[in-house]
Write a protein that binds this ligand. Sequence first.
Ligand code: PMV
Length: 328
Amino acid sequence: MILKATAIAPSNIAFTKYWGFRDGKLYLPNNNTISMNLSACKTKTTVEFSPEFKEDFLKINGEFASEKETKRASAHLDHIRKLAGISLRAKVYSENSFPKGAGIASSASAHAALAVAGAKAAGLNLNERELSCLARLGSGSASRSVPDGFSEWVAADMHENSFAHSLAPPEHWKILDITAIVSEGEKKVGSVDGHRLAATSPLYSARLAHMKEHNDKVRKALLEKDFDLMGKIIEKDSLSLHAVMITSEPSIRYWNSASLKLMNAIESWRAQGIKAYHTFDAGPNPHIITLPEFREEILKRLKEIPEVKSIIVNEPCEGARLINEHLF
Ligand code: PMV
């Protein structure tokens, strides 16, 4: 048995999003989703199992993780231990390429890296599909950080059928995700709690009814490089997701006034010929999906907006992989 391994995994931005589970234990979603890996938002994780460890131990960016974070990592490690037939406890060190307080959700990159490193350290030899399913058990969106470039995560009733696969490699299309950080704080409602409220919104069933159309259009536009069609659906899908969040009981509002200001700005830039569309995950920071030729102009305009605290520029990139450089 290997016992120690390190993996690196990117976060991803969903072009079509999931919200709500068909199975909240296995993190099985109600609809397919399509995403792009984010080159500047990566997590590197080393996992070591040892008979000498009495309990699981987790450090993030050199600091002891909170009890909640450690519990969540332990629950994910339990799935790995069960698959490998071991009961050894683990030491986990994790480092993010983006600052912890940047308002960037690290759960996708963190759980994809934990799945890939943990499986190897436990002596498992899993293929990409199995690793994607395993990553999903830590955080749904982590399933999409395993394959390369642009991925589609399939909704299914069974654990082994709900995995993400690559629709196109990173070099297929060098579009950009420019993330404008307007709030560095932790979100009030974590996504797992938010997912559980989805069905309380009267708009949820309407959203699910148009997800197939959103996915078909985004997949086609991505493969044919039809930027305007893709951007239009990406923006619409995000707005529909937030309409569900806002109308759930209790109402969840991830946007703040800066998010609304940016949304209006991006739409007015578009009217001036700058091809840019906005999408928001469970947080206030807009991800601006654009083409490389608009990068400098968008960066210039974002820097003029006082609410924008920092900016992260991402390209599509490869998915999770093992590396030969341990963190401890
Ligand atoms: O996988 P989670 O629990 O971090 O949920 C992700 C939820 C959204 O980011 C809002 C949508 C998505 O598909 O990524």
